[in-house]
Design a protein around this ligand. Structure first.
Ligand SMILES: Cc1ncc(COP(=O)(O)O)c(C=O)c1O
Length: 434
């Protein structure tokens, strides 16, 4: 599978953004995250336009946890997207990137006072309130500063998004948001409306990630409108903004068939309009927060292939283990979720890929990256490209085994620029004070 601007050149090398990946690996080293800059920009614009074509002033906010660095924040902002952040660190990086902070939403199920204070200090656009304790503290902090913080209330609508347990966040049994079904969310909403430091302008829900169907979003639209109907009946409140989170999936496997952006926009916008109309409610402004479906397919990781071993397998046959010079520390998702990824040999991308091998990382764990990958017979020194690592890889990377986290390169029109440098021993030792 090829994504974005990827092609295979005359030497049989994989190219991204007009840059030969073999050359990228030579210049910048491996493991290396490579992002397809022009395709990323296009994807951000397509997302915004798909929603703008069908709704009045929709807010499309890039969920920065999926892939965060200043270059990406600026790219998304220039393409007209808002941003969502979920920690003090993410907020500070976004501020450092110099984008308008009134277009940023702060998330998180445990925002500490320092997070809320920074948000108030920086004049953040919205806080997505996640708990009772949080809105009480936020109101007090805002009053101390003599401001009212524009906020949305995150509710938990009791929807199972049919995705992996760890990334399904809209069920009743979740740490995120306040439960609709028990009446807790409505009570919280009433209390929020009475607080002097909070200006509640809407509601929020994010039901999960890697969702490949439209039905969960349509069901969410209906549940949120039910909630807004009860809010209009009891405290007599109407939402100006309804944010439906992120969650659209990408093509990690041949069989994954994510809906087109126009279909997603149609399902959400028509769904909200219809459900609002049926209940006699005004159609609110709509917001969404895609992360994975903006960056996921447009990033890949390059690894050098090292030792290759063929060993007896449990089923009585043999298995070939191909070790690469990264693994759990630069991509924890296969170990965390059994997440699948497409692969190819970047330096022999045109060759027939019919040998089944297991791709292993080089950590002191059984950090299998790809349990069954089909490649041309690999050799030590070959370059492996793991596709679709644009989301939740760079941002989830760790220093396990004291590995240096990889550099990030933006490739565009035959030129590559390093936007995040590789970590060094000095970086890691800087925190060790003994
Ligand atoms: C509140 C919120 N919004 C948006 C997202 C982005 O989700 P995705 O990357 O699946 O689009 C997440 C992901 O965890 C989230 O928690």
């Amino acid at each position: 599978m090829l994504f974005g601007t990827q092609t295979i050149n005359e030497q049989g090398h994989l190219e991204v953004g007009g840059c030969d990946t073999v050359e990228l690996a030579r210049v910048h080293g491996t493991p290396l995250y490579v992002m397809d800059e022009e395709a990323l920009r296009q994807r951000c614009i397509e997302y915004r336009e798909a929603f703008e074509a069908q709704a009045d002033k929709p807010i499309v906010a890039f969920a920065s946890k999926a892939f965060l660095c200043k270059a990406m924040v600026r790219l998304a902002s220039e393409a007209g997207l808002h941003l969502d952040v979920a920690s003090l660190g993410e907020l500070r990086l976004v501020a450092e990137a110099g984008v308008p902070l009134d277009k940023v939403t702060l998330h998180g199920n445990f925002k500490k006072d320092e997070d809320l204070e920074a948000a108030l200090e920086l004049g953040i656009g919205l806080v997505a309130i996640d708990s009772i304790d949080e809105y009480r503290r936020l109101s007090e902090l805002a009053v101390t500063r003599g401001v009212r913080q524009r906020s949305i209330l995150r509710v938990s609508p009791g929807i199972d998004a049919h995705t992996l347990d760890a990334i399904s966040t809209g069920r009743n049994d979740t740490k995120f948001g306040i439960t609709v079904e028990t009446g807790a969310a409505l009570e919280a909403l009433e209390e929020c409306l009475s607080l002097p430091g909070i200006e509640l302008i809407g509601i929020h829900s994010h039901i999960g990630s890697q969702i490949l169907e439209l039905e969960p979003f349509q069901l969410l639209a209906a549940r949120l409108m039910d909630f807004l109907l009860s809010a209009r009946e009891k405290p007599g409140w109407s939402a100006e903004l309804v944010v439906l989170g992120g969650g659209l999936g990408i093509q990690y496997e041949e069989t994954d068939d994510p809906p087109a952006l126009q279909s997603l926009a149609g399902a959400i916008i028509d769904g909200i309009a219809r459900e609002a109309d049926e209940r006699g409610l005004e159609t609110p402004r709509i917001g969404i927060e895609p992360g994975r479906s903006i960056v996921g397919e447009l990033g890949l990781t390059l690894y050098e292939i090292g030792p290759i071993k063929t060993v007896p397998s449990a089923d009585g046959g043999t298995r070939t283990y191909v070790s690469v010079d990264g693994g759990l520390s630069d991509n924890p998702r296969p170990v965390m979720y059994d997440a699948p990824y497409p692969v190819l040999l970047a330096n022999r991308a045109g060759e027939d890929a019919s040998m089944e091998v297991r791709i292993a990382g080089r950590h002191c764990e059984t950090d299998t990256l790809i349990p069954a990958a089909f490649l041309p017979e690999p050799k030590s020194g070959d370059l492996l490209a793991v596709q679709c690592t644009g989301a939740y890889n760079h941002t989830m990377a760790s220093n396990y085994n004291f590995f240096y986290r990889p550099a990030v390169v933006f490739a565009k029109q035959g030129k590559a620029r390093e936007v995040v440098r590789r970590e060094t021993q000095e970086d890691l030792l800087a925190r060790d004070l003994d």
